[in-house]
Design a protein around this ligand. Structure first.
Ligand code: KDG
Length: 314
């Protein structure tokens, strides 16, 4: 099917969450309001990096839902696929920072996004895109949201689009046996699976990147990018594997860095980069995303990423 000119080339589907991020000042009760939700972060990252992006979800008919609409408007993310649910709220999460890094606490059960269902999917928006991005969080929030993810993947695949999938394992949202079964089944249906090594370690009971990569391919993923945090990533297109080193920065808050990677990788793949070059760019974008607080505020622009790539080029 021919893709329409003005429609988004990248569409992400999932749950946006209002973020309250604990400030690291002396007052442990002070929180800064921001925005999160892995797939919304990915969509905004991709938009900031220059792609035409659309988002699919449901919001509550509340102040937080309206804040998201304003945010996507400001960021140039097409929200024509976003529905308003009169009977359920927009989800919220808190980030607290402790000795073991950041921790999420959710207020999202029964949220508007968890009431997504296949019958209300904006199929045309998805079919007109060149890439669909979904995640394990999009699947974990409810059975109907999980069905919606599968229906969206089917629509994108039928239309010939690339499907990227970040398992984003959140054991606060679903038990490991169900998460593992669903995530492994979903790997078989995506073009690129982009898990973190932390998630792969739990899913496949191994801390070894080579084992995790092989397990993703065995599950049916055609391409795999295993995100190693400060160590960069390992990329496999099914024929060739390569470690792509990270860009070193002084991190402040890693929230959303993986989502930024996903957005940057998607943008560069669609721009025609090979996956190894796309991952090198995405590493730099993700590193920049850790240099500020919150999931969205520090997401970089293409010029920021290119400036750093130039600086580090030998
Ligand atoms: O990757 C960052 C996300 O985890 C954060 O924005 C919140 O999407 C989120 C979630 O559901 O945990």
């Amino acid at each position: 099917m021919a893709k329409l000119d003005a429609s988004p080339v990248i569409v992400a589907l999932g749950e946006p969450l209002i973020e309250f991020n604990q400030t690291q000042t002396r007052d442990p009760h002070a929180y800064v309001q921001g925005f999160g939700g892995d797939t919304s972060n990915m969509a905004i990252a991709a938009a900031r990096l220059g792609a035409r992006v659309g988002y699919v979800t449901r919001l509550g008919d509340d102040a937080f839902g309206r804040l998201f609409r304003e945010l996507w408007d400001t960021e140039g993310v097409d929200a024509s696929g976003v529905a308003t649910d009169p009977d359920a709220p927009t989800g919220v999460y808190f980030v607290t920072h402790g000795a073991h890094g950041h921790e999420f606490s959710y207020l999202r059960a029964g949220s508007a996004a968890s009431r997504m269902r296949p019958a209300t999917l904006p199929l045309e928006l998805i079919a007109n895109a060149r890439l669909l991005h979904v995640s394990g969080i999009s699947q974990a929030i409810s059975a109907s949201a999980c069905d919606t993810v599968f229906a969206a993947m089917d629509a994108a695949t039928t239309a010939g689009a690339v499907v990227t999938y970040d398992p984003n394992l959140r054991l606060k949202l679903w038990p490991l046996p169900r998460a593992r079964a669903t995530i492994i089944a979903t790997m078989a249906r995506c073009s690129w699976c982009v898990p973190s090594l932390d998630d792969a370690r739990v899913l496949f009971d191994s801390a070894d990147p080579a084992t995790a990569l092989a397990a993703c391919h065995r599950a049916g993923a055609k391409g795999v990018v295993l995100k190693l945090g400060a160590e960069g990533c390992v990329v496999s297109d099914g024929k060739r594997q390569q470690h792509v080193p990270a860009h070193r920065v002084t991190p402040v808050d890693a929230t959303g860095a993986g989502d930024c990677f996903d957005g940057a990788f998607a943008v560069r793949l669609l721009a025609g980069d090979d996956p190894f070059t796309a991952a090198a760019y995405a590493n730099v974008a993700a590193a920049l995303a850790t240099t500020g607080f919150g999931a969205v505020a520090p997401l970089p622009r293409d010029a920021d990423v290119r400036a750093l790539l130039r600086k580090t080029a030998v």
